[in-house]
Every structure is written in structure tokens, then in C-alpha cells.
Ligand binder design. Structure first.
Ligand SMILES: [Zn+2]
Length: 90
């Protein structure tokens, strides 16, 4: 089974339906998590850099041996390939 990540914040969502955001009609989004996307809209308008700032603390918490620079660098390389930031870049 392919691991699925939120296409906004990069959180792994897997098979847990509750982690997926909702569309305006109440169906589940297949791209975004419930923190980023609800009722068909992003919960906060932010830039990719701002999103990275928000994501660093939980990332460090989940990976206790990871350094902040490492986490930031990883996300700066990865996030531009996520759908939300990819579209913004075009
Ligand atoms: Zn998300």
C-alpha cells in the first residue's frame, strides 16, 4: 500500500479516514489532511515557508534525533513537489 501524504503539510495520512480533510459537499478530500483542509477550503492561507515553520516542531518531536536545519532542508526540498505548493509555483 502506497503511503499517502497530505499535499499541503506532508503529514502521512495512510488509511485513517478521519485524517483526511473534507470537501464542500462533506466528502473526504483525497489530497489534504483535516488540519489543512475543511469544507472545500484551506484552513489557513499561508506561504510554503510559513507552512514549513508550522511543521518543524511536530517533525522534531516525532524524530528526536533530527536537527531543525535538517528538518527544514528536507521540507524545503520536498514541499515544492506537493500539490498545493506545486500549483502555487506555476
Ligand atoms: Zn495537511
Amino acid at each position: 500500500m502506497e503511503e499517502r501524504y497530505c499535499q499541503s503539510c506532508g503529514m502521512p495520512m495512510g488509511e485513517t479516514e478521519e485524517l483526511y480533510g473534507t470537501e464542500a459537499d462533506g466528502s473526504r478530500s483525497s489530497d489534504y489532511c483535516s488540519y489543512c483542509y475543511q469544507n472545500g477550503a484551506f484552513t489557513s492561507e499561508c506561504t510554503m515557508e510559513e507552512m514549513i515553520d508550522v511543521c518543524i516542531p511536530p517533525m522534531l518531536e516525532a524524530n528526536s534525533d533530527m536537527k531543525e536545519e535538517t528538518a527544514r532542508e528536507m521540507m524545503q526540498n520536498w514541499f515544492p513537489s506537493l500539490k498545493r505548493w506545486n500549483e502555487q509555483a506555476l
